[in-house]
Design a protein around this ligand. Structure first.
Ligand code: HEC
Ligand code: HEC
Ligand code: HEC
Ligand code: HEC
Ligand code: HEC
Ligand code: HEC
Length: 491
């Protein structure tokens, strides 16, 4: 006879009185707790982050349901056990017994620690979804191009969510949908390569940029030198020094106008694009501060504008790549040659460098090896080629992403006009008023920028504040040249 024998189960004793069910209940309570915490954090946070919502409305409830299920599993086992032997309820707590007291204290202490850890865990998970690591590295292959270019650009210290997750209710809904869709598409490899752009739901709004950049305060000019090396045996250098007339809109601080004229308070520039990338813009309407409306269009455009989507021009119509800029092979090589990282005295190096960068590689590794092999074969006894090879491999790693098919050619950059239509989408001399008498102004080479100097060597020291006539190294050009007809950024 066992003196420790416990009394048989009372008929009314709940089948939930067993350890498994208790643990299930603690998990469920923890989940509930974490749900409330995340809900409050999300409500208080600056942004409505889609991933927090996923965590709150999908992740945490999964634990809640898991906990409840566990409680029922425990109950089911308990019922079977009782009906077999009709033994006592497996969980009897008698506070008079020291062992039971210890077990109970341990259980309560364990539960409290568990709830605390849940709180800390939820809080950290919340912070993690806002971090650049989460956005850029969680789905490593998919976001690698955007993460890499972001880290190299002027916005490296601006978190992804600062631009991509807006404020307000409409953004909440938008980003939640696209956030969940992204998780789904990554999990099931349904994403397109390259990732299409502009992604409407993810595309920042003008208010986003104006959190940090106050358009009224833009004043003055920006002096930039563009260095080139031509595709001949001696890689002939050529440079153009431009004074970009960014302009401003605060009459107390400087003259009003210039490139940022489009966004002056009071001015409204609307346009219609006939393609998804918004590269073809046949129709533009300007409403100025006095309310005067002017329409400019190309000769062949006769569509009914009322049936077409109209867009008001904002920062992103020019700065569409503020954070993810893929330098063209031409530009990246010119830059590194100008800096001397690729020795410009190696014969034909400009042409060969652009060539090796633009072969159709399948992976980073393949490219790294092939670039080294091709250059070693071309320049067998030239010690200068090692540094050039390393630099080219680095260029490849920073601006080419074969797995995602992302590179300069996949994403148009609208600031400029040399390899993408950019400003020339409207300023090409073809957009005129109905009577075809007036063209959009600012279509000659010295209106948006002044050509201060051009050429090589000493020519670059003779500055012309009034601007020089453009000398095209590739031969004479038409009156309204379309640079993109010949320049692509590649070979
Ligand atoms: C300064 C603002 C800004 C920041 C910061 C930023 N982005 Fe972007 N991102 C943009 C804009 C603008 C576009 C739209 C580009 C377009 O329409 O051509 C974009 C586009 C994208 C796209 C679509 C594909 C593409 O390249 O066009 C992805 C994916 C993306 N960003 C991911 C990220 C990730 C991940 C981070 C953080 C590592 C990040 N972004 C940080 C502004 C930003
Ligand atoms: C959270 C703040 C923040 C936001 C939001 C932000 N930027 Fe910036 N931006 C910066 C900082 C900081 C710099 C670097 C300034 C510097 O280096 O002097 C910068 C630099 C720039 C530059 C100059 C780049 C260059 O090559 O010199 C441009 C253009 C720009 N931002 C456009 C944008 C656009 C367009 C948006 C909206 C999509 C945007 N920014 C959103 C903070 C921000
Ligand atoms: C019509 C095209 C256009 C629009 C619209 C536009 N920008 Fe710019 N912006 C430029 C150009 C061109 C430059 C010269 C620098 C460059 O090439 O990146 C520039 C320069 C800048 C700079 C760098 C200034 C400096 O001194 O380094 C910032 C910041 C900037 N823009 C922010 C904005 C913001 C914010 C908006 C929206 C309110 C905006 N831009 C709208 C074309 C535009
Ligand atoms: C969607 C069409 C469109 C695009 C794209 C565009 N512009 Fe404009 N821009 C206009 C219109 C329209 C005007 C007003 C022309 C007029 O009144 O004759 C204008 C005016 C200007 C002016 C004269 C401002 C003044 O002081 O009067 C400059 C400079 C300018 N744009 C530069 C640029 C640059 C640089 C880019 C590319 C980064 C660019 N624009 C892209 C439509 C556009
Ligand atoms: C509507 C304004 C506008 C007009 C008109 C214009 N440009 Fe530009 N140009 C720009 C802007 C903006 C950039 C880009 C600066 C940058 O990349 O930061 C640029 C860049 C350039 C560059 C350097 C390109 C590169 O990426 O290497 C050259 C060269 C140039 N322009 C020549 C010309 C010539 C020649 C003409 C006359 C046929 C002309 N531009 C007319 C706005 C204009
Ligand atoms: C009919 C074709 C054609 C057109 C249109 C054209 N280019 Fe070129 N361009 C060339 C050729 C060819 C070269 C010589 C390339 C070389 O030797 O590397 C060249 C060279 C250049 C160079 C010297 C740097 C280099 O890459 O070699 C610049 C800068 C340049 N062009 C700017 C422009 C601009 C800006 C426009 C538009 C206003 C333009 N080009 C329009 C064919 C053209």
């Amino acid at each position: 006879m066992n003196s420790d024998r416990q009394p048989p189960a009372q008929p009314g004793q709940s089948v939930f009185r067993n350890w498994i069910s208790f643990i299930g209940m603690v998990v469920a309570i923890g989940a509930l707790f974490s749900f409330l915490l995340l809900y409050v954090l999300d409500a208080l946070s600056k942004f409505s982050n889609p991933y927090v919502s996923i965590l709150t409305y999908l992740g945490v409830p999964a634990f809640l349901i898991g906990g409840i299920l566990l409680a029922f599993v425990g109950a089911g086992r308990e019922r079977r056990r009782r009906s077999r032997g009709s033994g006592p309820a497996s969980l009897q707590i008698d506070l008079n017994r020291p062992r039971d007291r210890r077990v109970l204290v341990t259980f309560i202490a364990g539960s409290v620690v568990f709830l605390l850890l849940t709180a800390i865990g939820s809080y950290n998970a919340f912070n993690f979804t806002e971090s650049v690591t989460f956005c850029g590295e969680t789905c490593h292959t998919v976001m690698k191009p955007e993460k890499t270019t972001h880290d190299l650009g002027p916005h490296a210290r601006v978190a992804c969510v600062e631009c991509h997750v807006g404020k307000g209710v409409s953004w909440f809904v938008k980003s939640k949908i696209s956030g969940s869709y992204q998780l789904y598409s990554v999990a099931f490899k349904k994403y397109p390569t390259p990732i299409g752009t502009p992604i409407r739901n993810l595309r920042p709004a003008r208010e986003t940029c104006e959190e940090c950049h106050w358009p009224q305060s833009f004043v003055g000019n920006l002096d930039r030198t563009f260095n080139y090396f031509q595709s001949d045996a001696s890689n002939s250098p050529y440079a153009i020094r431009l004074l970009l007339k960014i302009g401003g809109s605060d009459p107390r601080q400087g003259p009003v106008g210039g490139i940022h004229w489009h966004n002056l308070p009071g001015n409204k520039v609307e346009y219609i694009a006939t393609d998804k990338e918004r590269l073809k813009i046949p129709w533009v309407r300007v409403t100025d501060a006095q309310g005067k409306v002017t329409v400019f269009k190309t000769k062949n455009f006769t569509n009914d504008v009322n049936t077409m989507e109209m867009r008001t021009m904002d920062c992103m119509d020019c700065h569409n790549r503020p954070s993810h800029r893929y330098l063209s092979p031409e530009k990246a090589v010119n830059q590194q040659m100008a800096l001397g990282h690729i020795d410009p005295t190696i014969p034909w190096i400009k042409t060969n460098a652009v060539y090796v960068l633009t072969r159709p590689y399948k992976t980073d590794d393949e490219a790294t090896n092939a670039i080294a092999a091709a250059l070693a074969a071309k320049y067998p006894n030239d010690s200068r080629i090692q540094a050039a090879t390393a630099t080219l491999q680095q260029i490849y790693a920073e601006y080419f992403f074969p797995e995602m098919k992302a590179n300069w050619a996949s994403y148009p950059d609208n600031v400029g006009h040399m390899i993408w239509p950019g400003c020339f989408r409207c300023h090409d001399g073809q957009h005129k008023t109905e009577d075809r008498k007036t063209t959009i102004k600012a279509s000659d080479c010295n209106t948006c920028h002044t050509i201060l100097a051009q050429g090589a060597g000493d020519e670059l020291n003779q500055l012309s504040p009034g601007g020089q006539k453009f000398i095209h190294p590739g031969g004479d050009l038409d009156e309204n040249p379309t640079c993109t007809d010949c320049h692509t950024g590649g070979p």
